[in-house]
Design a protein. Structure first.
Length: 110
């Protein structure tokens, strides 16, 4: 995601949850010990789904293979919303992996 898309994603997430009572449902824990959660508010049953619909979040099927999420992502992609405005966006898990490898090379080369 480019910096403008990241900024839009942060803004949209803030609109959904800032100043609101939120409810977290823990779905899983990733290999780094981070909790994978579903976020709800009194007015939004699934904040993640709304972010995906807006093209501002990826559907990571490893933790939720919901047809609803896949369909929302396909719709956002077809409408070129958010990150899908880029013809071939890099998934965040690939970006992080590349960044880790790049950092490891820099340390090794010193």
């Amino acid at each position: 995601m480019d910096s403008r898309t990241v900024k839009k994603a942060k803004q949209k997430l803030s609109e959904f949850i800032f100043g609101k009572q939120i409810y977290l449902k823990v779905l899983d824990t990733d290999r780094y010990g981070r909790k994978i959660v579903k976020i709800q508010t009194n007015h939004i049953s699934d904040v993640g789904l709304e972010m995906i619909k807006s093209g501002l979040a990826w559907h990571y099927i490893k933790y939720d293979n919901s047809h609803q999420y896949s369909q929302a992502q396909d719709n956002a992609r077809n409408l070129e919303l958010g990150l899908w405005h880029d013809a071939s966006p890099t998934p965040p898990w690939q970006w992080r992996s590349q960044k880790r490898k790049s950092s490891a090379k820099k340390v090794f080369l010193r």
